[in-house]
Design a protein around this ligand. Structure first.
Ligand code: PEP
Length: 252
């Protein structure tokens, strides 16, 4: 799974150019989905262009809200609306949303549950800050974030295959400093083992996919994707350039 996360960037024009260039040059393999996450306001436009191009690019949403019982939410986007648009994937728990939008574990849990109920595939983002890394507390930090998935093996047992974990160390996002291969391998291994051993997925024989994000570019993508236990890439800045993105996909 290779994901382009455009964050709050782009225009109708750049969305159209990107879809045209990527559609014409990418060699999409079914086992490795190629997912475009434009800003929400361009989701429907992107859907239309991808369909017109008969492209196999999938679309993901950068946001989703959960419903509030007896309350309304101005500006909210529900998983039902995303499904209605033909969106298959949604990012949940991105560090920028945890940080700037103050998303709590409770909110993240509800978003994941509702998205799964509406048949969306969830890319659940986790990752430690630099202080945590320096204190050698990464595993403890990540295990607390992973515990959000703990309930799901009883409430959403049949939907666990629709969850992918994106490991994105916060200090690597947008910094130009990707994590080193050994660190990525060790952390991905920890994440998979924690989900299997502590969240009880192993007896269901469901092996979580874990993808890496954080300053991936054309120069480092081959090394990162070849790392043990790395099942894909989540790419921010470098994905804005259509040529860079399709080359990364084709190399992965
Ligand atoms: C991201 O937005 O999730 C991300 C990984 O960004 P970048 O590739 O720019 O570090």
């Amino acid at each position: 799974m290779i994901i382009a996360n455009w964050k709050m960037n782009g225009s109708r024009r750049s969305v159209a150019t990107w879809i045209e260039v990527v559609s014409n040059n990418v060699n999409i393999k079914k086992i490795n989905p190629c997912i475009f996450c434009p800003p929400t306001c361009y989701l429907e436009y992107a859907r239309r262009l991808i369909d017109e191009n008969s492209s196999s690019i999938e679309i993901g949403s950068q946001i989703v809200n959960h419903s509030f019982q007896d309350e309304s939410l101005t500006g909210g986007i529900s998983s039902k609306m995303l499904k209605d648009l033909g969106i298959k994937f949604v990012l949940v728990g991105h560090s920028e949303q945890r940080n700037f939008l103050k998303e709590s574990k409770n909110v993240i849990t509800k978003k994941i549950e509702e998205a799964l109920d509406d048949e969306l595939s969830v890319i659940y983002c986790i990752g430690e800050d630099i202080d945590t890394k320096n204190k050698n507390e990464t595993h403890l930090f990540l295990s607390e974030q992973l515990d959000v998935l703990g309930q799901l093996q009883s409430t959403h047992k049949d939907k666990l295959r629709s969850i992918t974990v994106a490991y994105e160390p916060i200090w690597a996002i947008g910094s130009g400093l990707n994590a080193e291969k050994v660190y990525i391998e060790e952390t991905h291994q920890f994440i998979k083992k924690y989900i299997n051993d502590h969240l009880g997925w192993s007896h269901l024989r469901i092996y979580p996919a874990v993808i890496y994000g954080g300053s991936v570019n054309l120069d480092n993508c081959e090394e990162i994707i070849s790392s043990t236990d790395v099942d894909g890439l989540l790419i921010g800045g470098a994905s804005l350039n259509s040529e860079t993105f399709y080359k990364i996909y084709n190399l992965s």
